[in-house]
Design a binder for this molecule. Structure first.
Ligand SMILES: [Zn+2]
Length: 406
């Protein structure tokens, strides 16, 4: 495989990828059930010798593409992932192929991820004679907080119920406000864990003019909010950061009634499994301790979200080399710091080494820093970068099957 041939072949697929991406974009689906998107993927790849696995918990789709190339000893399997779901938000791009579904938009680029993975599947199938192992194509719904990857793993779709995992896994995420066609990655923590916090402070309501006859939960809730920030800076190492945000507080009904309880909702982010666990305990102790100090009680519920997205250092170095070989020496960038967003590809990377890379999709010539980011109702991508994404996924898979992370 020469880099030029692969890029040429990917570029030749450009119109097909754009058409597929626009069809998915116009018909966004939310959550764990994305049947129309799944059907578009199946139709786009129907002519290829791919074994498909589906169900039962989601519309997630796994395709197994078997390589026919000679392997030197170890025969490897590599997983490539594209997510399929959209966001519950209205679209304001004004594009001719904008969402036709009110209140739903592909504002995180998953339409492009799906199209690029379809492109990679076709490029890989055309090279099956030279593939020294098998490729697992993971088309997953429910990335936007619905744990789609975890459901697919629990359904046995990835390993076919064998318990044998792929030897490596890769995914791309488009970044509409990053330089055109550039690729970025980071060894170690790339994205944070994200868990939901619900705190209820329970006291006893009464007349607002006689607080001594009541047990007012409002000042206790306020004290918990500020104490959380002290806890973050005093109990956690500044070099392994955590973020805790209380984003919603509700209590009371009117000016002169002390309520029985106060409710708080928030999110907690961390970059290491150890801090994630520590945060869970520290937060619970803090809220309950402050409430108890005032003679009230607090219940703390932490609903686990996505784990930390940890990229394997050799896999990131490998991705850098594949990127440079395909697109030139200036294209790969190492991110100086993780991003406190979260991603459910983390569930895959908990089970096998691999990496996620970001692909810059700001329109060529535009000031990328001014482009709308993901989750913006005006987010747009430069579709001419999609063949590059398909080529990169293909290059990662082919080279890994051939030589591992070397
Ligand atoms: Zn996303």
């Amino acid at each position: 495989m020469t880099a030029a041939t692969l890029l040429d072949d990917a570029t030749a697929l450009g119109d097909t990828l754009v058409a597929l991406r626009r069809a998915i974009h116009a018909e966004p689906e939310l959550g764990l059930m994305t049947p129309a998107t799944r059907d578009k993927v199946r139709a786009a790849l129907a002519d290829l010798p791919i074994d498909w696995r589906e169900g039962p918990s989601t519309t997630g789709l796994v395709g197994l593409l078997r390589g026919r190339g000679a392997s030197q000893g170890l025969r490897r399997t590599v997983l490539l992932r594209g997510d399929m779901d959209a966001l519950p938000m209205p679209e304001q791009t004004g594009l001719p192929y904008a969402s036709k579904v009110p209140g739903a938009m592909h504002a995180c680029g998953h339409d492009a991820h799906t199209a690029m993975l379809v492109g990679a599947a076709r490029l890989l199938a055309g090279r099956a004679d030279r593939l020294a192992g098998d490729v697992v194509l993971m088309f997953q719904p429910g990335e936007e907080g619905h744990h789609g990857a975890r459901f697919m793993i629990d359904d046995g779709l990835i390993d076919g119920g064998t318990g044998v995992w792929p030897d490596a896994a890769f995914a791309l995420h488009v970044m509409p406000n990053a330089p055109h066609g550039q690729v970025a990655g980071r060894a170690g923590a790339l994205l944070a864990s994200a868990d939901q916090i619900d705190i209820v402070v329970t006291g006893a309501g009464g007349h607002a003019s006689m607080p001594h006859d009541a047990a007012d939960p409002v000042p206790v809730a306020c004290e918990i909010v500020t104490a959380i920030q002290t806890m973050v800076t005093r109990q956690f190492n500044a070099h392994d950061p955590v973020v805790v945000t209380i984003a919603k507080i509700t209590a009371g009904t009117t000016h002169n009634v002390i309520p029985d309880s106060a409710n708080m909702k928030g999110t907690m982010r961390s970059l290491s499994p150890a801090n994630r666990e520590k945060l869970r305990h520290a937060l619970t102790q803090l809220a309950q301790g402050i409430a108890a100090a005032h003679g009230l009680s607090a219940s703390v519920t932490i609903t686990p979200g996505f784990p930390v997205t940890l990229c394997n250092p050799p896999a990131v170095d490998f991705g850098a080399r594949v990127t440079q070989d395909l697109f030139g020496p200036e294209v790969f960038h190492r991110l100086p710091a993780p991003i406190m967003g979260a991603e459910d590809f983390a569930y895959v990377l908990e089970r096998c080494p691999g990496a996620m890379f970001f692909l810059g999709m700001a329109p060529e010539g535009d000031d990328w820093a001014q482009c709308c980011g993901i989750h913006s109702p005006r987010m747009m991508i430069d579709e001419t970068v999609m063949p590059r994404g398909a080529a990169l996924l293909t290059g990662l898979a082919m080279r890994f099957l051939d030589k591992g992370f070397t």
